[in-house]
Design a protein around this ligand. Structure first.
Ligand code: ZN
Length: 270
């Protein structure tokens, strides 16, 4: 199976199919879906459901089928590879600007990497076969999916350059701001161990960089949480990749699509 049972069982008590909620609205809260014209958007939402992605869940592994595509509206997901010696490298991050498994909207296939939920929140889930049919019938859908697919390739290319040439502190600032942009919250639920895993660097290097940021007053951290205190200063300290990888121009997700990081919903969505 592509998704863990935890994920599919994570629908909150107030879960409703999106078709019962959103078919009359012009926006979904997801960047790809909101590129569509209202008729196409309503068609897709009529066959969708809102699901909750829980922080820490692994939702895809290499070689697993991709039976549906999730369009996050509050959740943030990391995509990474694990080498045989245990080293890791994050290659991409997806939030409300994108989709998980968008390649399945073009043809049936399997996941190429691990995907883990960084920040819990909602996503709009649509059956992959239905999306393929929609892409065949509706040129606007096909263009939106294809544009995002290409944009994502550009972002992955940029991450490769970033991982090779930019300092740990620059990458730490970049990574925290990329997550913050996608979920819209300043208090990010990460330990330094988790940050080092996703940056693919040794924990002591992250600790040193975090200490420098704290001395400068741009972040604070307590057990399991990194607080971004000065976003503008963080962007200044981040590498130049920020302008290529940011999604700051998207509308704020507000609270509708976001959980508190533990999968519990702070507000009702219905
Ligand atoms: Zn960089």
């Amino acid at each position: 199976m592509y998704r863990t049972t935890t994920r599919t069982a994570a629908q909150p008590a107030n879960f409703k199919a999106a078709s019962a909620l959103d078919t009359k609205v012009a926006r979904s809260g997801n960047g790809i879906l909101d590129r569509l014209d209202p008729t196409d958007l309503r068609t897709l939402l009529s066959r969708s459901e809102r699901v909750e992605l829980r922080s820490g869940d692994t939702i895809a592994r290499p070689g697993e089928d991709v039976p549906f595509v999730d369009f996050p509206v509050g959740a943030v997901v990391s995509h990474f590879q694990i080498l045989k010696d245990g080293k890791t490298a994050e290659i991409a991050m997806t939030g409300r600007e994108g989709a998980l498994g968008i390649q399945a909207a073009f043809r049936p296939g399997v996941s190429k990497e691990f995907s883990e939920v960084l920040v819990g929140g909602e996503a709009i889930r649509i059956d992959a076969a239905f999306l393929r049919n929609a892409a065949d019938r509706m040129s606007g859908c096909r263009s939106a999916f294809f544009d995002y697919f290409n944009e994502n390739l550009d972002r992955i290319s940029r991450r490769v350059i970033c991982n090779n040439y930019h300092s740990v502190e620059e990458r730490l600032c970049l990574w925290l701001m990329l997550v913050r942009d996608r979920c819209g919250i300043d208090s990010l639920p990460f330990t330094q161990e988790q940050v080092s895993f996703f940056l693919g660097v040794h924990r002591p290097s992250v600790t040193l960089a975090m200490q420098e940021l704290r001395k400068a007053g741009v972040v604070a951290y307590s057990r399991g949480t990194v607080h971004v205190k000065e976003p503008a200063a963080m962007i200044e300290r981040a590498c130049s990749c920020y302008s290529s990888l940011s999604v700051k121009d998207l509308a704020s997700p507000g609270t509708d699509g976001r959980t508190n990081g533990n999968g519990r919903m702070p507000v009702k969505v219905a």
